[in-house]
Design a protein around this ligand. Structure first.
Ligand SMILES: [Fe+2]
Length: 376
């Protein structure tokens, strides 16, 4: 295995512990890290905020999209929804669904992860019936047939693991039952509601493969299983079931909040938690360049403690290649330990490969976001 150094190198005035006890005169710590902060990393102690740029030219920049403005996603089929951010391994969409779906859908391109931003529904699928509500993650294995009957209008965040499948992360030192117990995962039931939809009427399935949709017609409802057994199924967990890791003395990196992993990206969940209380501990996310990953944050609920003027339903996109970190007011509040608790709920998508921005997302961009770190 390649190793860069057998122990951390050091130069000048430094703290020995990352994210704590910074040298005087240099309160701005920047982590430059490889392999999503699991590879070689260095912590710089700067005299100025690394986000203090006064001008920015060119296509690489931090982006803010207000997906609440999106209208192209109010369509009948999830396969008609425009791609917002995407690469060969990952496709992010949002879909507004209000009416009972009149057909089944199946994604033959990869596993689908739904996050219920708004609304609730009955989900019917190969595996049975499952009620889903705001705040639920639903993992739908590739080529599962499913449909929704919304009980209230839904806005779904959809993340496709293209040609891949979702797995749970390694829990390492904290063991299998931390963060959430696998026993908290719900699976669909062959219950009365499911049996009530058995039908000899004609049903259609819209199958997406290579981004193209085919329609298959059956003279009966193919959701007709009377039972199943195995280790593959639709799974549901709500963000409220996640018990976040934290340390009162150390700001843990986002990887501590990893919820699902695929081969070329991870999905993490930020949920309410106390802010670090140790006097020397950093209390906001450290400035960083995550040099091997593009970073996307979807804001679901609460007050977003490290960013100004962010509202639920918005998405920030920080491509690899520059340093980012807390907004100045949030950084100052952290210095003064003004906030004891964060109630934010956000879904983070970090991709190993560069994401492309779809036209529909670009139409909702706030171009002033690149200047939002300027001290006013
Ligand atoms: Fe970041």
């Amino acid at each position: 295995m390649r190793k860069w150094a057998s122990f951390p190198l050091r130069e000048g005035d430094v703290s020995r512990q990352a994210h704590a006890d910074f040298p005087e005169q240099a309160i701005y710590e920047r982590e430059t890290g490889r392999s999503g902060f699991f590879g070689p990393a260095t912590h710089f102690h700067h005299r100025h905020a690394p986000t203090g740029w006064s001008d920015w030219q060119g296509p690489l920049r931090p982006r803010l999209f207000d997906l609440n403005q999106l209208t192209e996603n109010q369509v009948e089929s999830p396969w008609q929804v425009p791609l917002l951010l995407h690469n060969a391994h990952c496709k992010m969409r949002t879909w507004r669904v209000q009416e009972k779906m009149p057909y089944l859908v199946r994604n033959a391109d990869g596993d689908e992860l739904l996050f219920v931003h708004e609304g609730s529904a009955d989900l019917y699928c190969d595996y049975g019936h499952l009620e889903i509500v705001e705040g639920d993650y639903v993992v739908i294995p590739r080529s599962t047939m499913w449909r929704l009957e919304p009980k209230s209008p839904m806005l779904l965040l959809m993340i496709e693991a293209t040609n891949d499948s979702y797995q749970l992360p390694e829990k390492g030192l904290v063991g299998n039952h931390a963060i959430f117990d696998p026993a908290m995962l719900d699976t669909p039931k062959i219950n009365e509601a499911f049996k009530a939809q058995y039908s000899e009427q004609s049903w259609q399935v819209q199958i997406k493969r290579h981004g193209q949709t085919s329609v298959v017609t059956y003279p009966y409802n193919p959701l007709d299983a009377i039972g199943w057994h195995g280790d593959l199924a639709v799974m549901r967990i709500n963000w409220r079931d996640i018990r976040p890791l934290m340390s009162h003395r150390y700001h843990l990196p986002p990887s501590a909040h990893t919820t699902f992993v695929a081969q070329r990206f991870v999905v993490c969940t930020f949920v309410p938690r106390p802010i670090e209380s140790d006097p020397g501990a950093l209390k906001v996310p450290f400035y960083h360049n995550n040099d091997d990953y593009d970073e996307v944050l979807f804001y679901h609920a609460g007050d977003f403690f490290s960013r100004d003027n962010i509202e639920k339903g918005m998405v920030t996109f920080h491509p690899a290649g520059f340093t980012h970190g807390p907004h100045p007011k949030a950084f100052q509040a952290g210095q003064e330990y003004r906030k004891k608790f964060t109630d934010e709920v956000a879904v983070m998508l970090d991709t190993r490969d560069a994401l492309e921005i779809g036209e529909a997302a670009l139409a909702t961009e706030n171009p002033a976001y690149v200047n939002s770190w300027q001290v006013t």
